[in-house]
Ligand binder design. Sequence first.
Ligand code: C5P
Length: 231
Amino acid sequence: MSQDKIIVPLDVPDLQSSIELVKKLPEVTFWKVGLELFVATGADILKFLKDEHKRIFLDLKFHDIPNTVKNATKSALSHDVDLLTLHATAGREALTAAAEVVKNSENQRLKLLAISVLTSINSRQLAFDLKIPLELPEYALNNALMAQECGIDGAVCSPHEVQKIKEVCGKDFLLVCPGVRPAWASVGDQQRIMTPKQALQQGADYLVIGRPITQAENPAQAWHKIIEECQ
Ligand code: C5P
């Protein structure tokens, strides 16, 4: 297994803590930058990661009108990020606009990932608050398919959904999975977890693994243990 399949989230509040974490884990090649850090540091964190020759998963979950999503995608492209998230519920026009930005650019490396439904939404909220008359898995799958039709490259999903989504969207639809825990790590607030090896066996293309590595007494050792277990 390539260790490039494991993405570690920079779930820290500022640039200095990010730099410390990246230096502690020199072998990690792929880092996730989310809203908290990006709002705190702006593009400085992206520049730092690029200067360190790292790949970047920019997890900003765009959800806006098509023109804004299109231009925000252009900005992300200019920072040379590798993965970028946007909500499928932004709609077909916004998804298509983002996909076209990438298609028409010289940087074909950027892959766009749809958020089909936030995992914090439960079936009760879906039915009663959002008035969506579908079961959650059906709704999530429908959104993933719509995103694919618009030219989006993949989705973020639980390892438990990988087989079904690959079956429906095809094996080239890129799937990135959080909710992964080695057997020896604390589960924390994650539910419906799988071990890294199981998640890869299901067909996940990338795994996002945070606290089992970043909160370990020795993060580099935890990283190595995970890589070995995946072989
Ligand atoms: O520490 P842990 O391995 O749980 O971190 C997982 C990362 O993936 C965090 O950055 C978390 O916000 C993110 N994430 C998630 N579940 C989702 C989407 C993103 O855990 N459905």
